[in-house]
Design a protein around this ligand. Structure first.
Ligand code: NAI
Length: 801
């Protein structure tokens, strides 16, 4: 029906505003609707000829047939990337920068092709792909062209990793590609990328762009396929890093599969991000915030603000305004420029949304959906608000990944923080209040990698993005994102090993550990150190420590699972260590170093007798330990964050935050210096530590108790549990309340720790059995340790009217 201007002015309704999809369809036609893998700058037939269909979520129409990658395809792509790695990494940073600029420009020239293709393939509104996905992808390549230029000067003594296997999801297909490919190439790596099976098309178009822009063959390879192809890439030999974005469940499997291989890993997983509305916030802005937060990209956003927490006094008013706003949202054709909510990516996802909402309603939630029509054909779901949602219910805990938001009320700031943190995830959060004090207090206390103050879903290539807890580890974007694609020059990459060898196959080097045996007789055993006091081991058992000549030198307690539990509890209680000023922490550590110095001769003697090194080496070890404590004490108030140069009208703070409670398992060599080198960076940054010292030379650690007692270190900041290091390492890796674990020991132990940590996706740093010379200041001390001792929280604070 043709509307007259009078009709339009009366209803003020939008007419259809379709975006032409001709460029995208022509491009598909130019490929006869079928695609092979992209390897070595050429289209390569899948080895076994297998293919699958890719269709349009909005209509169900077939878009293309795409190759299903198998083992041979992955091997071919990895081999191409390997061949290309040498020459690509040998290029100057400037030369690589020119390539990245060329890619950015070519992409920019094709913005229309990419945005229409993305909307057809994914079902997202064209307004979003045109204004957000594609421009941000372009921005990532420009930004990282800059990093390529600067990598030598900004990251001295670092090298690229080698071949990176990258696996991306379907919610932001091109943007996720840009987040992964741009930093990898800038750092000098080569790439094998596997796009998601629902949305591979923009990645394939991107491959063509790279070839056209003159990227050398093999630098970027694309193998399409489903989860099986992804798993093959994870397991493939010759891959040095896996970067994954997707579900927590698959992230966990990838952690297990890469355990012990030495492949560097970054995981960007699910979320259940809180959207906190205080009673003094600008409610209308907060309502618009919800729209951008959960109805952006149909809510299929890992950092979607899917849990509203609203202060009790304004809850009714807020819900009322939100429901009214929901009536105005338009659900339908993604290619229509006035569509707010497009199609859900696949039938299985739509089913999941329906099932979870039905379950939530059965559990007592109240469901609000607008009366505006939803197309009957295609995969559509209306915007949905669920109120009266219990914090522990499925709806409040599970990632729904659809246009569904829950709402729960709170009374006080502390309750808001507690509810917000009551999640296994920790990706993002949005905080709304007109009070700067309130927002910054809350931002600091939230366990989330990104916090948006009075705004939401802000992204930029210059700021890191990534999660805490089961939302994964590693950051994408900014300086912190670049670090994920680099390693210290001297480190060993898995692909540098002789053919067929995995890192975990290197010989174990652990010194022989004394056989532990129950002891009888007078108990003169050194106890454990828990909560600032000596504590008897739960087992009641102790172990004899022998000196270098094989004589019994003393006994230490044999800690077990329960002792670790007590130590972790004590560490959690010592939160004051984290909240005290960095200056105060530094003073405590200086004092500790001085106290160690006062006992230096005794420690040197102990080292000499236990390890058999010469007197001068033992003396040197103590001296170096003291110096190292001073170095980290000095860093306590200097290893600070940054203000990222993101978009205008925004201050984006990158804050280095301690992990919380960290486990440390120490090696046998240089027992005092290694312990100090591992524990001190963590303490300096405000972590609380549960340390398992060298089992063979545990008396060195128990001698430290006196030093700790006479220093001002608060009880619980450093806990020491002696015993079988390998067993205790496993207990620490499985412990849900230990946020991170540093393990230095055997290759087998490293693999076991990585595997065991998959349960709660704990960040682990292991040495893969590779011996480190703790006296080598360049490798055993430095900013890399401080970087590992912290995780970065990016806080976005907008300003202006
Ligand atoms: P998914 O994690 O299975 O898929 C993401 C990517 O991983 C795809 O490229 C897929 O082919 C690949 N993959 C699947 N299994 C793999 C394996 N064993 N090894 C290596 N790669 C593998 O996610 P899916 O099934 O598409 O969605 C399920 C749920 O996951 C969603 O409902 C949502 O809750 C969550 N999700 C979260 C995302 C995020 O950005 N955090 C993105 C996509 C999904």
């Amino acid at each position: 029906m043709q509307l007259s201007i009078r009709d339009i002015l009366t209803t003020m309704d939008y007419g259809p505003a379709p975006e032409a999809d001709t460029v995208a369809r022509e491009w598909l036609r130019s490929h006869d609707g079928g695609f092979d893998h992209f390897i070595d700058n050429a289209w390569v037939l899948p080895a076994d000829g297998a293919r699958f269909e890719v269709s349009e979520p909005a209509s169900g129409r077939l878009l293309a047939e795409v190759a299903q990658g198998g083992e041979a395809d992955i091997a071919q792509a990895v081999a191409a990337a390997r061949r290309a790695f040498g020459p690509w990494s040998a290029l100057s940073g400037h030369a690589r920068a020119r390539h990245l600029y060329a890619i950015a420009r070519h992409l920019q020239k094709r913005e229309r092709l990419f945005s229409t293709l993305e909307s057809l393939d994914n079902g997202k509104p064209i307004r979003e792909s045109r204004d957000i996905d594609v421009p941000l992808a372009v921005r990532h390549f420009y930004h990282h062209a800059g990093w390529a230029e600067l990598v030598d000067t900004e990251f001295p003594d670092h090298r690229p990793l080698g071949v990176c296997g990258q696996i991306i999801p379907w919610n932001f297909p091109l943007l996720m590609l840009a987040w992964k490919v741009a930093p990898a190439l800038a750092a000098g790596n080569t790439v094998v990328l596997k796009p998601a099976e629902y949305t591979p098309l923009t990645a394939l178009a991107f491959a063509e762009i790279c070839r056209e822009a003159g990227l050398p063959p093999g630098v970027l390879n694309i193998v399409t396929g489903d989860g099986r192809t992804g798993a093959l890439l994870v397991e493939a030999g010759g891959v040095d890093k896996i970067a994954f974005t997707g579900s927590t469940e698959v992230g966990r499997r990838i952690r297990e599969a890469t355990a012990g291989t030495g492949k560097k890993l970054s995981l960007e997983l699910g979320g259940k991000s809180p959207f906190i509305v205080f009673d003094d916030s600008d409610l209308d802005s907060a309502v618009e915030g919800v729209v951008d937060s959960i109805w952006f990209n149909q809510g299929q956003v890992c950092c979607a603000g899917s849990r509203i927490l609203v202060q009790e006094g304004v809850a009714e008013r807020f819900h009322h305004r939100l429901v009214a706003r929901m009536e105005l949202l338009r659900v339908g054709d993604p290619m229509d420029k006035s569509t707010d909510i497009g199609a859900i990516v696949a039938p299985v996802q739509l089913e999941r949304i329906r099932r979870l909402v039905a379950q939530g309603c059965a559990e007592g939630a109240v469901c609000w959906q607008p009366k505006t029509p939803v197309p009957e054909e295609g995969l559509f779901y209306p915007p949905t608000l669920l109120t009266e949602v219990e914090p522990a219910s499925t709806l409040a805990q599970e990632e729904i990944f659809g246009p569904v938001v829950t709402s729960t009320t709170f009374r006080t700031l502390s309750e808001a923080v507690e509810l917000a943190n009551n999640s296994r995830y920790g990706l993002a959060a949005s905080v709304w209040s007109e009070s700067l004090n309130v927002t910054m207090e809350v931002a600091g206390r939230l366990k989330a990698g990104v916090v948006w103050v009075n705004c939401t879903n802000q992204f930029d290539a210059a700021a890191g993005f990534g999660g805490y807890r089961e939302s994964g580890f590693g950051r994408e974007g900014g300086r912190e994102g670049m670090a994920e694609y680099l390693a210290p020059v001297e480190s060993v990459a898995p692909s540098m090993l002789p053919a067929g060898k995995r890192l975990s196959a290197l010989p174990d080097y652990a010194a022989e550990v004394s056989v532990f045996a129950p002891q009888t007789g007078i108990d003169r055993t050194a106890k454990l150190y828990v909560g600032g006091r000596q504590a008897r081991p739960d087992s009641g058992y102790s172990a004899t420590i022998h000196d270098a000549a094989g004589h019994a030198a003393g006994q230490v307690g044999l800690g077990n699972r329960k002792d670790i539990r007590n130590a972790v509890e004590a560490a959690h209680k010592a939160r004051g260590w984290e909240t005290m000023t960095a200056h105060a922490r530094a003073q405590v550590l200086y004092y500790l170093a001085e106290n160690l110095e006062a006992r230096a001769p005794a420690f040197a003697e102990r080292i000499e007798s236990l390890t058999g090194v010469s007197a001068s080496l033992a003396k040197e070890e103590v001296a170096q330990s003291i110096q190292r404590i001073f170095w980290y004490a000095a860093q306590a108030d200097k290893y600070d964050g940054a203000v990222h140069a993101t978009r205008t009208q925004n201050v984006t703070l990158a804050m280095n935050e301690p992990w919380g409670v960290v486990g440390v398992v120490c090696p046998d060599e240089s027992p005092l210096l290694a312990l100090v080198s591992l524990v001190m960076p963590l303490l300096a940054m405000g972590n609380r530590v549960v340390a398992v010292p060298s089992a063979a030379h545990a008396l060195i650690a128990t001698d430290l108790y006196q030093v700790l007692d006479t220093s001002d270190l608060p009880g619980g900041a450093l806990n020491i549990v002696t015993g079988n290091a390998e067993e205790l390492a496993l207990v620490l890796s499985q412990h849900d309340d230990v946020a991170a674990l540093w393990y230095v020991g055997t290759a087998a132990g490293s693999a076991a720790v990585e595997r065991a940590s998959a349960g709660n996706l704990k960040y682990t740093w292991t040495n893969h059995g590779i011996r480190l010379d703790w006296r080598d200041r360049r490798r055993a001390q430095g900013r890399d340790y401080l970087r590992r001792a912290t995780q970065i929280k990016n806080i976005w604070v907008p300003y202006g009217e």
